[in-house]
Design a protein around this ligand. Structure first.
Ligand code: GLU
Length: 317
């Protein structure tokens, strides 16, 4: 891969153009309504933020509005769990795309309670269970928040309690997944404790600017910038990027790789974190989702960004 470094003023123009085009879009998808609190979000919002290797922040739209990061949190939880227990994690969760919806239970029975990958709900619950280990849910959540604050360099990151409560009251499918995996032994804590941490982790609220900052470690080989402090090893950063490319958009992962060609992770709050290794970390957000649960406009905006910059992990020059 060889990705082009593009002058900042050109990047600013591209981001401004895309933001303007997205504001004019009428097909904005539908906000997630299976978590009642998310159904209240105004779909007419959009943000696109790039953080470059020089630390420059280039942003368009509602870059300072907080949203529920939901499944994007699974990337940070995975990095934390790999840092804590390393490759042992892979005994309990796989690394293959599932081709099934994010909350699917069907494969779990055939595959003996081992979820396909850490980004479908079942896999993410196992990752969170590994972070929880024998500690208290409050401690595990504290570790996740501390890690997020370190990655963003911003202490102003918190959990939205209304979203966590809303999902705790309605997350029947996730309870089914966790109980099923507890029976197989892939979830080791009491399911309600693992889920308590999982729901709160998904309910972390961040701005697109904070999200782009948090993704720097994946854009810069495990560091918070080309010469920044290290968050994880370079090897782990590559491995997480590979999983984002192949599994980051549920059963829309192939389509995202085809259209955008960059590692990315989406969440049902409408956020997508994407990175151009060696160049930029990208936070993009718009609450309306396409039929497979990925942000309609954020997916489109990233496709346009890749087209206009020439960025792709498959680029030859
Ligand atoms: N908390 C959500 C759930 O478990 C996350 C799903 C997502 O963002 O895709 O249903």
């Amino acid at each position: 891969m060889k990705t082009r470094t593009i002058p900042a003023d050109r990047l600013r123009r591209i981001v401004a153009e895309i933001t303007e085009e997205m504001a004019a879009e009428t097909e904005r998808g539908a906000v997630a309504d299976y978590i009642p609190q998310l159904a209240k979000v105004d779909p007419n919002q959009f943000a696109l933020v790039l953080v470059t290797g020089d630390g420059e922040v280039i942003e368009g739209g509602d870059a300072a509005t907080r949203f529920s990061i939901q499944s994007v949190s699974k990337v940070f939880a995975l990095a934390l769990a790999l840092g804590k227990i390393g490759a042992q994690l892979w005994r309990r969760v796989g690394r293959e795309p599932s081709g099934d919806p994010f909350n699917s239970i069907v494969q779990l029975e055939y595959e003996k309670g081992i979820p396909r990958n850490p980004f479908i709900n079942a896999g993410a619950i196992v990752v969170t269970d590994a972070i929880l280990a024998k500690s208290k849910p409050k401690e595990a959540l504290g570790q996740i928040l501390t890690f997020m604050r370190f990655l963003t360099g911003d202490n102003d990151i918190a959990i939205d309690p209304a979203v966590a409560k809303s999902e705790t009251e309605t997350g029947f499918r996730n309870f089914a997944l966790a109980n099923f995996m507890r029976d197989f032994g892939t979830v080791t804590n009491a399911p309600e404790l693992a889920l308590g941490v999982y729901f709160h982790q998904c309910a972390i609220a961040m701005t697109a600017r904070q999200l782009a900052m948090a993704g720097r470690f994946l854009a810069f080989g495990g560091r918070l910038g080309p010469d920044g402090p290290r968050a994880i090893s370079e090897r782990k950063a590559r491995q997480i990027n590979a999983l984002m490319l192949t599994c980051g958009h549920y059963d829309g992962s192939g389509e995202f790789a085809y259209r955008v060609g960059l590692p990315g992770k989406s969440g049902v709050g409408g956020g997508i974190l994407s990175v151009v290794p060696g160049q930029v970390s990208i936070g993009c957000w718009s609450p309306g989702l396409n039929p497979v649960g990925n942000s309609q406009l954020a997916s489109r905006a990233l496709e346009l960004l890749a087209q206009r910059t020439g960025w792709s992990v498959f680029a030859h020059r």
